[in-house]
Design a binder for this molecule. Structure first.
Ligand SMILES: Nc1ncnc2c1ncn2[C@@H]1O[C@H](COP(=O)(O)OP(=O)(O)OP(=O)(O)O)[C@@H](O)[C@H]1O
Length: 227
């Protein structure tokens, strides 16, 4: 469970200060699915970075299961990330020289899992996203949708509590977008994940059970009773 209290993030360059997040209060329960939308520059990616322990706020608390991420050292943040949080990005972020299976295995290396088990877990994760036939393929030999499936397998292979996705369908056509959303939704349910997704896609935002809108670093949350 996440509890954010009065979270601010300021970026300063010379005389200019950007208030990327400006007093965010937000609770995200275990197993929740939250979609974040809003205009460009509104603070969506910044908020996701805070939730993902990729960066610390300027002030405020980001409590994940009783631990305030804002107070942790870099080493502890890295540990929280590698054990608890899976990421999916718009641009897939796969390593081009590694096969699908090797890319997925990279998520298990920091957890100290032995090579044989890593290979097995990675193969299982790739099967679960429909890529059983593609274990030995390089990213460049796969379609965008397949590459995103590899990235999703890499995000969930370590069985994280939290899955964070930043525009996961932003580089995909409409049909592939729906397929990827189906995969994400299925994994969210199967793994009981806490799932937070940033999207510009208004169709996806309308379907969200809980929708956060970020404008100029300020948040409003609406519950959608129809879903
Ligand atoms: N590393 C940084 N240094 C300086 N300013 C930054 C940095 N990262 C973000 N910002 C600024 O913070 C504000 C929020 O940026 P953020 O990327 O979170 O917005 P966003 O809602 O994700 O936008 P988009 O939809 O375009 O991705 C913007 O004004 C941006 O220019």
């Amino acid at each position: 469970m996440y509890e954010l209290k009065n979270v601010t993030k300021r970026y300063t360059r010379g005389k200019d200060t950007v208030h990327a997040l400006d007093g965010i209060d937000l609770t995200i329960a275990d197993g929740d699915r939250l979609v974040i939308q809003g205009p460009t520059g509104g603070g969506k990616s910044t908020l996701l970075q805070m939730l993902g322990a990729l960066d610390r706020p300027t002030s405020g608390d980001i409590v994940l299961d009783g631990t305030d991420l804002a107070t942790l050292t870099e080493a502890r943040l890295t540990k929280v990330r590698s054990e608890n949080i899976g990421f999916v990005f718009q641009s897939f972020n796969l390593i081009p020289t590694l096969t699908a299976q090797e890319n997925v295995e990279t998520a298990l290396v920091p957890l100290g899992i032995k090579a044989k088990e890593r290979r097995e877990l990675a193969a299982d994760a790739l099967k679960s996203v429909g890529l059983a036939e593609r274990l030995g393929h390089l990213p460049g030999e796969m379609s965008g949708g397949q590459q995103q499936r590899v990235a999703i397998a890499r995000a969930v292979v370590k069985k994280p509590k939290v899955l964070l996705a930043d525009e996961p369908t932003g580089n995909l056509d409409e049909g592939t977008r729906d397929e990827i959303m189906d995969v994400l939704e299925r994994l969210w349910k199967e793994h009981g994940l806490t799932f937070v997704m940033v999207t510009h896609d208004s169709t996806l935002a309308k379907k969200a059970p809980r929708l956060a809108t970020l404008r100029k670093g300020r948040i409003t949350v609406t519950e959608n009773a129809r879903t």
